[in-house]
Design a protein around this ligand. Structure first.
Ligand code: C5P
Length: 361
């Protein structure tokens, strides 16, 4: 309950009627767990804010966190639903509508409001949806999409490692698989952030794209975001080695030349080693020993899943519109047959969602 809510009805009344503890304080030294916003955020399968006032919507949409409810929202990785309730003029105010639009863009589900008589005596939109209606929405969405409102971070495409101001080292990755996964995840209701190397693809709709060029930039962007995402899917073909770029264009010379290359940091392994780690999915593109190499990576990089595919063959893999995947996890595997990368992305995402749900239940 917010401070304002306790002005209408006391926490004791709520506790007695519901038979559940009522939380009101952000930091309560007397409570069993003083950091209740973090433990409540981890515990909840869904966060439902009903009724949500214009003030709460404004705070949530701007990331203000000055009480238990708004801080809990920031700490939560689960799907979030709000059921607005306010005077009809407040609801129609452009700034409230902007806040609602921002929340929707952040993956929050808005339930209602309905039109009708209001407590203030006016008539119009702003009545909170009936509790039965709110419950119907929650159960319907919960069964139709596991990924609704879940924050998913995806890396895609190649990286570009400069040799000098005009040249770089890169690889054949087109980014198609990662972009198809980002689109499928957004369609499934997830809140998607895509960290992309240089590709020739349009940004997927409803996805936040962070453009990077080098492996080091990709590392920084992914590691900064990973802690507040529930799932990380590393589809990017990250350079394993990088040259130290020369300040001036390297001049042609007689005979051979030698490039000194330095190892880059492994982004996927670093994400999976985080204390607050997302469900971590890697990719393995191989020209030989597919299963053995994929299983080694699953174990060495401590991944939740790995999707392996052949590259350098007649069909599928890098720069192709089609692909087939062999997906492994602890004690399980599944083959996803050769198909269009968009369809394959949907199948893989479904599998990731199932494993993700198992890991959190
Ligand atoms: O070990 P290998 O590079 O084959 O592993 C492939 C997987 O590791 C991919 O998911 C890729 O995105 C990730 N990777 C990474 N950082 C690197 C190299 C690979 O995240 N420096």
């Amino acid at each position: 309950m917010t401070q304002a809510a306790t002005g209408f009805i006391t926490p004791l009344t709520f506790q007695a009627l519901s038979g559940n503890p009522v939380h009101t304080a952000l930091l309560d030294a007397n409570a069993e767990n003083a950091m209740s916003h973090i433990s409540l955020a981890r515990w909840a399968d869904m966060l439902v804010i009903a009724p949500a006032t214009a003030n709460v919507l404004a705070k949530l949409s701007h990331g203000l966190a000055d009480d238990l409810l708004t801080t809990l929202y920031l700490a939560a990785n689960c799907p979030v639903y709000v059921a607005p309730a306010m005077n009809q003029a407040m609801w129609h105010k452009p700034v409230t509508q902007d806040n609602v639009a921002r929340l929707k863009a952040h993956g929050v589900q808005i339930i209602g409001p309905e039109a009708g008589d209001q407590a203030c005596g006016e008539t119009g939109f702003g009545r909170m949806s009936e509790p039965e209606q709110i419950c119907r929405c929650l159960f319907k969405t919960a069964s139709s999409s596991i990924l609704q409102g879940v924050k998913i971070l995806i890396s895609a495409g190649p990286t570009r490692e400069p040799l000098d101001p005009v040249r770089y080292l890169t690889n054949r990755s087109s980014g198609k698989m990662g972009y198809a996964l980002a689109t499928a995840a957004a369609d499934a209701g997830a809140v998607v952030t895509l960290v992309s190397g240089p590709v020739q693809l349009p940004a997927p709709k409803q996805v936040t794209v962070i453009n990077v060029e080098t492996a080091a930039q990709m590392y920084d962007a992914v590691l900064e975001a990973a802690g507040h995402h529930a799932i990380y899917i590393g589809t990017a073909a990250v350079a394993d080695y990088r040259p130290v770029p020369a300040n001036d264009k390297i001049k042609k010379q007689d005979g051979q030349t030698i490039l000194v290359l330095h190892k880059t940091q492994d982004i996927l392994a670093a994400v999976s080693a985080l204390e607050r780690r997302p469900f971590t999915v890697g990719f393995a593109a191989e020209t030989q020993h597919l299963e053995q190499y994929a299983l080694n990576k699953l174990e060495q990089k401590k991944l939740d899943m790995i999707a392996a595919n052949w590259v350098g063959q007649d069909s599928g893999g890098f720069d192709s519109n089609q692909n087939a995947l062999q997906v492994y996890w602890a004690n399980g595997q599944r083959h996803l047959a050769m198909t269009d990368k968009n369809q394959l992305a949907e199948q893989l995402l479904k599998l990731i969602a199932e494993r993700f749900q198992t890991s959190t239940s």
